[in-house]
Design a binder for this molecule. Structure first.
Ligand SMILES: *[C@@H]1O[C@H](CO)[C@@H](O)[C@H](O)[C@H]1NC(C)=O
Ligand SMILES: *[C@@H]1O[C@H](CO)[C@@H](O)[C@H](O)[C@H]1NC(C)=O
Ligand SMILES: *[C@@H]1O[C@H](CO)[C@@H](O)[C@H](O)[C@H]1NC(C)=O
Ligand SMILES: *[C@@H]1O[C@H](CO)[C@@H](O)[C@H](O)[C@H]1NC(C)=O
Ligand SMILES: *[C@@H]1O[C@H](CO)[C@@H](O)[C@H](O)[C@H]1NC(C)=O
Length: 734
């Protein structure tokens, strides 16, 4: 309420100021008053808008924010049926959307198949303010044995035009390589977005496939699915080779859906597509309403006009007072002479109002902080049995702001899908990593608090320690111990030749440490915790190269119902358990799979996300095939062969067990832990012959075995038994 009153005062003053003819560029609203301006992390500036109150968006620019998704999903149109929006740019008059992959089945040679491809649902096509951006996208075709043509429909008096665009070649077995580069013609070709005269596009186009070779299927490269897949993709993104390979591989494995990650593409948009600036400026409802904005005839893909703040101004030209002056110029002498008095008076009023609203804002912020604190704290207290622990773990927002210099950009250590991590120095000089998460809705916060409660009870030397959290923000901030030495990924995949990758015995020890922490999380913690995103870039190393598993907390924002089926899948392509991917049923065996992928990465020093074998399969498949053929040495890294080939082969066997297709056939993490520790401590005992149910007996022998001759190595003495972990975790210390 306070802010509304404040906004009203500001608006009134603004009007006073404009009618008096001053050139004050008042505090600009990026949006209409009372309208939400963000959906998750995506800014939604007017003319775009959503929400129940009228006037939040211009006709035709409605978007939908679906908060049932995490993070919330923004889509074009009113029903949620339009493409997912990733970013809206006023300056470029574009929206970046998630691309669709259209699949077409192969037909007999000599026949043609025609189809129409629609990037937007019918209601959005009608108003036609969106057009496929011909300048920023390419059309990519993946398939074999056809020639492809595209037809741009007639638009704004321009006739339809047909392009003969491309025909991917289907080389014989000799050249079936899947290249990292975007499209090299083999099984994949690129075409421009079809346009009519004047470079105009629409949001749909026609396609025709002429099926050529009878035996195209036989000559298909291994990674190309049957039929044809078509999608539109942003040029820049598609040039990045790290993006290309996962798309190509997943087109095959997901039957054309390419789910699991996002292919981005641009749509252009413009206001009133049947009008130029000159005509539109005379009509009611002209869009460029801010002072210091200008109108531009749309060129390129879209027709119509758009608005822009004049040079020297920034902001939103589509709302009154939206363009803010980067510099302020006072009008010339005549006005000055007349207006100084009024000007001064208004200045005082404006300053007064700014001051007052600022006070109101501060007051409101304090109120909100208290509210969030009460809410979040109550939840945390409910979760934590020992209230003293909860108290000891709570940090104030002030303290964390001080620690990070108000979340200064220079303090950012990294960011990911789940939030941003800052380096902070607490008042007691302790260095910490502070994670600002992206979750917003209440249900997620509850789960998040639940996560804090679980993590606070975990005390394992190979899990990044959670010191506490701050509950005064809507989404709690997490405070972790700071791990100085970077990620396992960085230590393994070193770029410069003068840096040595990790020694094999360090890799083996790290693998065993990770196994130990996962075994502990799966079995020993009071609630079983599934990490869900095990990969080398989530393993941190301290100054003694001890592994610390990180990035739990916020990554666990998924709801699991009674049956264990999750609403949306989460994880990283290349490491993700295919069974989980297809069934959406999450168990601890999904972590076992990801762990298996990581073992392969440690053994081969190849990146699971981008690696492609000579016969065009991913790292896991290639590895397992070689192992089954008894040729695993071919893929083991040279260094591993030199420093410990025998152990390497045994680890390879363990990895293959972890990578079994069916979750129930994979070993438990505990079993893996035991075997790896056995490898390090007592190579003379072949633990592979030991059944899992015999582990209990062996437990005392192997784990507590201590140093047995390996005087130089203290691996063994570093390991505690699971039971000891439980005891340790029970005595929480901060
Ligand atoms: C706007 O266009 C420029 C030039 O093409 C590009 O560099 C920039 O990333 C675009 N901005 C957005 C938000 O799309
Ligand atoms: C197509 O393949 C089949 C079996 O692989 C073969 O018998 C036939 O001769 C091939 N046809 C052509 C035109 O290559
Ligand atoms: C691909 O997506 C469509 C629509 O979302 C769905 O009907 C189809 O089953 C999916 N195919 C696969 C292989 O997941
Ligand atoms: C768009 O422009 C045309 C012609 O200038 C005009 O007739 C029409 O009313 C305008 N539509 C909107 C929604 O402003
Ligand atoms: C926009 O186009 C109209 C006619 O097509 C032309 O008269 C006008 O000068 C153009 N305006 C700008 C700002 O380019």
């Amino acid at each position: 309420m306070c802010s509304l009153a404040g906004a009203a005062i500001q608006l009134l003053l603004l009007q006073l100021a404009t009618t008096a003819g001053t050139t004050w560029t008042a505090v600009a609203a990026a949006n209409m008053a009372g309208c939400e301006s963000k959906c998750g992390d995506v800014e939604v500036p007017y003319p775009f808008g959503f929400g129940t109150s009228n006037g939040c968006h211009r006709a035709g620019f409605e978007v939908t924010c679906d908060r049932a998704y995490r993070p919330p999903k923004l889509s074009l149109g009113s029903g949620g049926g339009g493409p997912e929006v990733l970013e809206i740019s006023l300056r470029n008059s574009t929206v970046r959307v998630r691309s669709t992959v259209w699949s077409f089945p192969a037909a007999a040679a000599g026949t043609t198949s025609d189809a129409r491809v629609d990037a937007l649902p019918a209601d959005l096509r009608q108003s036609s303010q969106y057009a496929l951006s011909a300048a920023r996208n390419s059309l990519v075709l993946v398939g074999c044995g056809f020639q492809f043509q595209a037809t741009a429909p007639a638009r704004q008096g321009n006739a339809a035009r047909t392009f003969t665009s491309c025909a991917p070649s289907c080389p014989g077995a000799a050249q079936r390589k899947l290249r990292h580069g975007p499209c090299d013609g083999a099984g994949c070709c690129e075409a421009p977005i079809p346009t009519t005269g004047g470079g105009l596009t629409s949001s749909s186009f026609g396609v025709r496939f002429s099926w050529l070779q009878e035996n195209a299927t036989a000559r298909r490269p291994a990674w190309v699915a049957p039929g044809a897949n078509v999608f539109m993709v942003e040029h820049e993104w598609w040039r990045d080779r790290e993006n290309v390979v996962p798309v190509k591989l997943s087109l095959l494995s997901a039957g054309g859906n390419a789910t699991g990650f996002v292919i981005p593409a641009f749509l252009d948009w413009a206001l009133n597509t049947s009008s130029s600036c000159a005509a539109a400026a005379k009509m009611p409802g002209f869009g460029c309403v801010s002072r210091n904005s200008e109108c531009l005839n749309a060129t390129g893909s879209a027709d119509g006009y758009f608005c822009r703040c004049k040079d020297g101004y920034n902001g939103n030209p589509y709302v009154r007072g939206g363009c803010r002056g980067a510099r302020r110029h006072l009008a010339a002498g005549a006005f000055l002479a007349m207006g100084v008095g009024i000007g001064m008076f208004l200045l005082l009023l404006v300053l007064g109002a700014i001051f007052a609203t600022k006070r109101l804002k501060i007051h409101k912020a304090r109120k909100m902080r208290q509210k969030f604190f009460r809410q979040n704290r109550g939840l945390l207290l409910q979760q934590l049995v020992d209230k003293d622990i909860a108290q000891g773990m709570i940090f104030s927002l002030e303290e964390l702001e001080k620690a990070t210099n108000k979340f200064d950009e220079s303090r950012i250590l990294g960011g990911g899908g789940h939030g941003t991590v800052y380096k902070g120095i607490l008042s007691n000089q302790r260095v910490v990593a502070i994670k600002k998460s992206r979750l917003v809705i209440q249900k997620e916060i509850e789960e998040f608090i639940n996560e804090v409660a679980i993590l606070s009870q975990i005390n394992h030397r190979n899990v990044v320690k959670l010191f506490g959290c701050c509950l005064e923000t809507e989404v709690p901030l997490l405070v972790y111990e700071f791990i100085p030495n970077g990620t396992l990924y960085a230590h393994l995949h070193v770029d410069s030749p003068d840096q040595n990758p990790l020694a094999w015995k360090d890799r083996l020890r790290i693998a065993s440490e990770i196994a130990s922490s996962l075994a502990y999380l799966h079995a020993a913690a009071s609630t079983s915790v599934v990490h869900r995103d095990i990969k080398t870039s989530n393993i941190l190393l301290d100054d003694r190269l001890t592994a610390k598993v990180s990035d739990f907390g916020a990554s666990r924002g998924i709801e699991i119902d009674q049956s264990g089926v999750t609403a949306s899948i989460q994880g990283t392509f290349g490491y993700m358990d295919p069974e989980y991917y297809y069934t959406r049923r999450l168990t601890d065996k999904s972590d076992v799979y990801s762990y298996g992928v990581m073992l392969v990465e440690l053994l081969t020093r190849k990146k699971p996300i981008v690696y492609i074998s000579p016969n065009d399969v991913g790292l896991v498949e290639h590895f397992v095939t070689l192992l089954n053929q008894g040729k695993v040495s071919e893929i083991l890294e040279e260094q591993v062969i030199q420093e410990g080939e025998e152990e390497g082969k045994q680890v390879a066997e363990i990895a293959a067990m972890c990578l079994r297709t069916k979750g129930e056939d994979r070993p438990s993490m505990r079993y893996v832990e035991m075997r790896l520790q056995g490898l390090q401590c007592r190579p003379e005992i072949d633990i592979s012959l030991v059944e899992e149910d015999q582990l209990n007996e062996l437990n005392g022998l192997t784990i507590r075995g201590g140093n047995n001759g390996n005087a130089g190595d203290n691996y063994c003495s570093r390991h505690y038994s699971i039971e000891e972990e439980i005891l340790l975790s029970a005595s929480l210390e901060r």
